[in-house]
Design a protein around this ligand. Structure first.
Ligand code: FEO
Ligand code: CA
Ligand code: CA
Ligand code: CA
Length: 641
């Protein structure tokens, strides 16, 4: 009910030219593409920069391709990994993060207070990254907590609804930083840890970049337009070569109560009359009443940069990267050391963006690159039917992005990036979720999770990049920039159309070479070039219709050179699999399991918290809990080989 509400809707009424013609550019596999960059690892070649992905193992000697025996589709309430692998649960919702002197235990009946939740793991684990402290033996895990199931979070659910429950829900959102260590074969959360931290929907943060201080960001509580409280609905994430974490604010609009008659701007961003998502934060925190504080929503929907190595640092909302229902932010590096950030906006008919930094990355880590993401150019993608594509700059004064069309300055272009992209004629996509960069091969991948509304009355219709009229299964699109990652032209094709080959409907069968799957969402290229795919079939659609044969959500490995896709992990009942990272030696993988036991309404019955899942605590666990799963080979080898 809550989280997927806006993604089940769409708020893009623009009439961008559609290409009512389906081509199949997959046979033109980048033959016109630019030359792949020659870097070896994720951020190899970035001499002098602190790299969270630097390797202590020579991965160039690692076996290529997929080496595990795939697992079967499952409807079990458990994690299944291939033969020869182990799965260990750590850091579930409600466990203490390890703040010194503040380590409240999880209470399985939901009676932890808001203050206790502020010192515990949040709900609904999502994007995650490992930052090394001692190579592959000890590091920080930084992860998002996307949203809450208020039926599970509180004793008694939302009845009665109180200020304390609003504060607890806000505390269960945001980001967690935990220290983890491999202690004799098992990973443990280090408690206390000087790096342990919770960032929530109430944490003070600073707005930076071209929109900082803009009139559209000023509110009664913040006349400067530069000081915002909190981040929430943090979905996908990214890391930078200078050692910071990027967290992405996705369905932020669901948290606001809208006015009786929303403005055109509010409507374009999905704000609706009342509180249709039912978070009810506005009842005790008036900034979430957009009818009283209309600029508060403009202060959300940004990519936020966090320095996990400095626990007292202030998170920075980077407006140069544009405002969107941001799913993720994945960094590539150009030959001249500029940062390029790829971002999907997960909503029906929204867009794919990239940001190119003006300046080169400097040696010296986060401090030396403190303003790198404040200067650069934001682009939106147009995918043409001939397999080529164009990045369209969102620059004030260029083309239609002028005062006459409602954009007073660059800040307004960035705050209203959807409207700007509409005017530029960008391609309306089937819900772009995560992007993944294969730095070595110069390729970028993006999951388009699904869209069953493309040919509904008044909608865009199919086009080459979004060729299914009823896209229940999703696909993965990929492109290669012409020249280097900062280029304005690219070539593209579909890496795979997801589907189930046993189905009768042609558009639902797909062309998977290997194991059937649907609704790709999480996506990551590991240090040896393997593409990992995580699925998010919604709990309202799982096990029904086109998804009837596909069981629970899964993670798969894909060999991008052969196209083979193999199922690696299946999750417990009612979960989605989202967020994956590993130690630099690729021998320990961390995978996030989000919302086990979620009901089709996305809000549990507080009287039956274990109705769908008892994972991971079993019958005595009280209620299902999102958690991180540590996956390793029993022989200590590289995961996936
Ligand atoms: Fe939060 Fe688009 O998934
Ligand atoms: Ca997602
Ligand atoms: Ca999703
Ligand atoms: Ca979901």
């Amino acid at each position: 009910m809550s989280k997927d509400f806006s993604t089940m809707e769409d708020s893009n009424p623009s009439s961008n030219p559609s290409i009512h013609e389906v081509s199949d550019p997959s046979r033109r596999l980048f033959v016109r593409g630019g030359v792949a960059t020659a870097a070896g690892g994720l951020f190899a070649g970035l001499a002098g920069c602190a790299s969270p992905a630097s390797n202590t193992t020579d991965l160039s000697r690692a076996p290529k391709g997929i080496g595990f025996k795939g697992v079967a589709i499952s409807t079990a309430d458990s994690i299944v990994v291939p033969e020869g692998y182990t799965a260990q649960v750590i850091a579930p919702w409600g466990d203490p993060v390890g703040l010194s002197g503040e380590m409240p235990k999880f209470k399985p009946d939901g009676t932890n207070t808001a203050a206790e939740q502020e010192a515990q793991m949040g709900m609904h684990h999502d994007g995650i990254h490992y930052f090394e402290l001692d190579g592959s033996k000890r590091g920080l895990l930084v992860m998002n907590h996307e949203y809450t199931d208020d039926g599970l979070l509180h004793a008694g659910g939302m009845v009665p609804w109180t200020a304390e429950k609003v504060r607890k829900a806000q505390a269960a959102h945001g980001v967690a930083v935990i220290e983890v260590e491999d202690r004799g074969g098992a990973w443990q959360v280090v408690q206390p840890s000087p790096w342990a931290r919770r960032i929530t929907a109430r944490t003070p943060m600073t707005v930076s970049g071209p929109a900082a201080g803009h009139a559209l960001l000023k509110t009664a509580a913040d006349a400067s337009g530069r000081n915002v409280l909190g981040t929430f609905n943090n979905c996908g994430s990214g890391i930078t070569p200078w050692g910071t974490y990027l967290t992405c604010e996705e369905n932020f609009i669901n948290y606001f109560k809208g006015p009786d008659t929303p403005s055109a701007h509010e409507t374009r961003w999905g704000l609706k009359k009342g509180d249709p998502s039912g978070y009810r934060w506005h009842e005790f925190d008036e900034r979430f009443d957009a009818s009283r504080h209309p600029n508060e929503p403009n202060r959300h929907g940004w990519v936020v940069e966090i320095d996990p190595m400095n626990p007292s640092s202030t998170p920075m909302k980077r407006t140069a990267l544009g405002r969107a229902a941001h799913e993720g932010a994945t960094v590539a590096v150009t030959k001249d050391q500029r940062a390029v950030i790829y971002m999907g906006e997960d909503a029906r008919f929204e867009y794919i963006y990239k940001f190119v930094s003006r300046d080169a990355i400097k040696p010296g880590g986060a401090r030396a690159n403190a303003t790198l993401l404040d200067h650069g150019t934001l682009y939106v993608a147009r995918f043409d039917a001939n397999g080529q594509g164009q990045w369209l700059p969102l620059v004030h004064g260029q083309g239609p992005l002028t005062a006459a069309n409602g954009f007073a300055d660059q800040g307004e272009v960035l705050i209203k990036s959807r409207q700007a992209s509409d005017l530029l004629g960008a391609t309306k996509m089937d819900r772009p979720e995560w992007t993944a960069v294969d730095q070595a091969r110069g390729e970028v991948y993006c999951t388009l999770t699904n869209n069953s509304n493309r040919t509904a009355s008044g909608k865009t219709g199919v086009d080459a990049a979004n060729p299914r009229a009823n896209n229940t299964m999703g696909n993965i699109i990929r492109w290669r920039e012409q020249g280097d990652f900062h280029g304005e032209r690219f070539v593209w094709n579909h890496f795979v159309m997801a589907g189930d080959p046993t189905l009768a409907r042609a558009d639902a069968r797909g062309n998977v070479k290997g194991d059937a799957f649907s609704c790709p969402d999480g996506l990551w290229v590991d240090g040896r070039g393997m593409l990992w795919i995580q699925t998010d079939m919604s709990t309202s659609a799982m096990g029904k219709g086109d998804l009837a044969n596909l069981g629970n959500n899964v993670m798969l490995a894909a060999d991008t050179q052969t196209g083979e896709i193999r199922r690696f992990l299946t999750g417990p009942s009612g979960c989605e699999i989202t967020g994956v990272t590993s130690t630099p030696d690729l021998r320990t993988m961390f995978v996030n399991i989000q919302h086990p036991g979620e009901s089709p309404s996305e809000r549990s019955d507080p009287g039956k918290p274990q109705a769908i899942s008892q994972w991971p605590g079993g019958p005595q666990g009280g209620r299902p809990r999102s958690a991180t799963v540590v996956v390793r080979r029993k022989d200590g080898g590289i995961v996936g080989t």
